[in-house]
Ligand binder design. Structure first.
Ligand SMILES: [Zn+2]
Length: 452
């Protein structure tokens, strides 16, 4: 609300008033406002309602005509490695173990430094904004550079330095990487755009002792704790051989599961493990395209939802997917499980949309601030123009969003009340500059690949 008391006849101020749109709030009541408006002040949603009422009620600093467009919350990408955009398509068609050990990890050791993480992250941010993603949970190296890149782009991010025991590109042994993560947690504690999580890579690359240390750090700051878990059958067998437990069982055994824990992938989970996740309120980030492309399998999404496990949507890194397109993930999630189960209602349009918005925000620890358009939440919104052959007529907006809308249909993106893309013009990322730098880096990587 306005900082100054209003004198009679004076209208409260809104920095931005968006009007005339079909406002799909994604709130728990699935409210949709036709010819709706959203008033934004100081980066937050001040009011929502019919355009006529809000236009009369507020004095707007700036207005945005959303006629003919859907207005909805920005999408939440709950698992990615943004800067691996540099490695997109460089070693496809291989199983995960060979892909990681033969290509990704050696290439990362050779090429990943702060400068390259900067350009790779900026490239990924541009791709995400263009596709309507307004926050991403990132696990990579040099996450301070990821923070700078996000801030420069007015993009929202949840950082997490990739915590490994083997030497990585940032050459930080585990205790140093953990200390660096602590530094990130302290530095960005009150940042409006940047949040910090704790992300050990997995149960097969980090020992139980170090997993416990990492969780202690997360708990000290009330931060989200995320890791790859049960992505492939081979991984599950390996961890079982080493520890006597599957990855999910090991996490339960160590007492690490609670409502601030995220398992990335969760492809190979049995009913007992699913019940434990439901009981502990730990979440799963579903990344169906990466799982399919790497031949890892199909996660038991219907069983997870049935058991009441909270599931978010993630793209995984663009080197394994090969894009950062949550619309594609939603389509895949809604369809693959029907094909596998033979049940045409195995996962509904509303369920996948909730995963990519409200539930995703909840799982990354920001359910009170993001994921739906509600008064008091941060103003992260996207506009999807409907005047297109593949989007008329429209009988059910959720059907359109889940099955017909694609990332190039996102016209305008607002993060924290600030437009970052307007009518497909990028406003905070200099794409030409980023693309030129990434082409140059790509040339060096190609040279290395050719010599292998
Ligand atoms: Zn991943």
């Amino acid at each position: 609300m306005s900082d100054q008391p209003l004198t009679e006849g004076e209208r409260p101020k809104a920095d931005l008033l968006l009007f005339g749109g079909l406002v799909v709030t994604m709130n728990p009541h699935w409210e949709v406002i036709e010819d709706g408006a959203v008033a934004v002040h100081k980066g937050e949603i001040l009011d929502l309602g019919p355009s006529r009422e809000l236009l009369a009620r507020y004095e707007a600093g700036e207005t945005m005509d959303a006629s003919g467009a859907i207005v909805m919350p920005g999408l939440v990408n709950a698992h990615t490695h943004a800067a691996t955009s540099l490695f997109r398509g460089f070693a496809d068609d291989k199983p995960l173990k060979q892909w990681l050990e033969g290509y990704i990890w050696p290439a990362e050791k050779t090429f990943v430094n702060q400068e390259r993480v900067r350009w790779g992250t900026l490239l990924a941010i541009a791709e995400m904004i263009r596709g309507g993603t307004t926050i991403f949970l990132d696990m990579y190296f040099f996450e301070d550079v990821v923070a700078e890149s996000a801030r420069k782009s007015s993009m929202r991010v949840v950082l997490g330095e990739a915590l490994f025991e083997m030497a990585g590109p940032s050459h930080r042994p585990f205790p140093d990487a953990l200390a660096f993560n602590r530094h990130l947690l302290e530095t960005y504690r009150l940042d409006p755009l940047i949040s910090v999580s704790v992300q050990p890579h997995s149960t097969y690359t980090v020992s139980p002792d170090n997993l416990l240390r990492a969780k202690d750090l997360a708990d000290e700051f009330g931060a989200v704790f995320g890791l790859h878990a049960s992505e492939t059958a081979e991984e599950v067998a390996g961890v079982r051989q080493k520890t006597g437990h599957s990855p999910a069982q090991l996490l339960a055994h160590l007492g690490l599961l609670d409502d601030r824990v995220l398992l990335f992938h969760g492809v190979h989970l049995n009913q007992t493990e699913i019940a434990v996740l439901a009981e502990t309120r730990a979440g799963v980030v579903h990344c169906p395209e990466a799982n399919l492309k790497l031949g890892s399998g199909v996660a038991p999404l219907p069983a997870l939802l049935e058991a009441g496990v909270r599931v978010a949507m993630g793209t995984d890194g663009p080197a394994s997917n090969n894009d950062l397109n949550l619309w594609g993930e939603m389509q895949m999630a809604s369809k693959i499980h029907r094909g596998v189960s033979g049940n045409p209602n195995a996962v509904t349009a509303r369920e996948v949309l909730a995963m990519a918005t409200r539930v995703g925000a909840d799982l990354i620890g920001m359910g009170d601030q993001l994921g739906s358009l509600e008064i008091g939440k941060r103003a992260d919104m996207i506009l999807i123009g409907l005047d297109k052959p593949h989007l008329v007529p429209m009988y059910d907006v959720y059907s359109h969003l889940a099955y017909a809308v694609g990332r190039s249909d996102v016209d305008t993106v607002v993060i924290g009340g600030r437009p970052v893309m307007r009518d497909r013009q990028m406003l905070t990322v200099n794409e030409d500059e980023v693309i030129a730098h990434v082409r140059e880096i790509g040339g060096e990587i190609k040279h290395w690949l050719d010599a292998r």
